[in-house]
Design a protein around this ligand. Structure first.
Ligand code: AKB
Length: 314
């Protein structure tokens, strides 16, 4: 990776990945793009930043040519709960943006990464130790775009030789940027509320298990996968990855080790609960471990300690 372009650079993954890539490859070698351009963001002020709507194929192509890009990281997408509220917009952005990004990667022979999600699975998928290759019949628009994205990325690899790579991300937990409109967002909000009020009302019900990962592990794995030798990758689009399978009460227990009077209550949101119930409890990550050495560092205990420490500093 010598010259990297990122879409959705101001989003939950993008804002941390952009800073990490700038640190690793140099400010001049990372082109951050997003549909918005806030004045007070480090992403905008400290390196190359260009405004880009991922559905604008012509501007996307112009930017790739302008900066002589060789690697494309496509993050711009709507998350599950927003996609369920705006399904047509979700299809247009998630699929339209992806098709543009794959096309530009085909034309300019770029290395390519885009995230899939545990949302690419559905109610008929085995819930525990969910295999790498299994039934994928999602019941959400987000899931439909994610499984279609996996197939489209495979198609561009098989038909045109584009070096497409992807992972099925679980819920990502970060102290730096809030997620926007996901089903797993409770696992981020709970830490903010623990620091502010020592209490949290969860929109996901007790006993609902989902896979999660701390953001530093997610950032590290993107770089690791992109640097892995191409001939070791048999399941390019997309690898199951996860660091923990947890329910709201598990997070509450971990927080109580630091904030003993922390209280968890429930006010379940039926839309997000239904999405959560259609996703796996715990996926099998052995293909990622075997093919490119995926190995997360954070479990619930050390993630909780770090999240609370970082949020206290804010
Ligand atoms: C969401 O909840 O929509 C995302 C995801 C698991 O893809 N965090």
């Amino acid at each position: 990776m010598k010259k990297i372009l990122i879409t959705g650079a101001l989003g939950q993954i993008g804002s941390e990945l952009t800073l990490k890539l700038r640190e690793k490859y140099g400010n001049d070698n990372v082109v951050a793009t997003d549909i918005k351009k806030p004045e007070n963001s480090r992403i905008v002020s400290e390196g190359i930043f260009e405004q880009l709507d991922a559905t604008d194929a012509i501007r996307m192509n112009n930017l790739v040519e302008k900066y002589d890009v060789d690697t494309f990281i496509h993050l711009a997408a709507l998350l599950s709960a927003v996609a369920e509220a705006k399904p047509k917009l979700a299809w247009d952005l998630n699929m339209g943006g992806l098709l543009n990004a794959l096309e530009v990667s085909r034309e300019h022979n770029l290395k390519f990464f885009t995230p899939s999600s545990i949302g690419a699975f559905g109610p008929e998928t085995p819930k525990n130790q969910t295999p790498q290759v299994t039934v994928q019949r999602p019941s959400t628009m987000y899931g439909v775009t994610k499984v279609s994205g996996e197939l489209l990325s495979d198609y561009y690899h098989q038909k045109f030789g584009v070096d497409t790579r992807s992972v099925r991300f679980p819920g990502l937990i970060s102290h730096a940027t809030l997620p926007g409109g996901g089903t797993t967002d409770y696992a981020v909000d709970i830490y903010y509320e623990a620091i502010k009020n020592a209490a949290y009302t969860s929109f996901i019900a007790e006993g609902t298990y989902m896979d999660m990962m701390y953001m530093p592990d997610a950032i590290a794995l993107i770089i690791k996968l992109m640097e892995a030798p191409a001939d070791s990758l048999n399941h390019r689009n997309a690898y199951n990855v996860s660091a923990m399978s947890i329910a709201p009460e598990d997070v509450a227990q971990a927080i109580k080790q630091h904030i003993p009077d922390f209280e968890l209550t429930y006010e379940v949101d039926p839309v997000r609960q239904k999405i959560a119930e259609s996703w796996p409890n715990a996926i099998d990550t052995s293909a990622a471990r075997e093919e490119w050495g995926f190995s997360p560092k954070y479990d619930l205990k050390n993630m909780t300690a770090d999240m609370l420490e970082q949020l206290k500093k804010k």
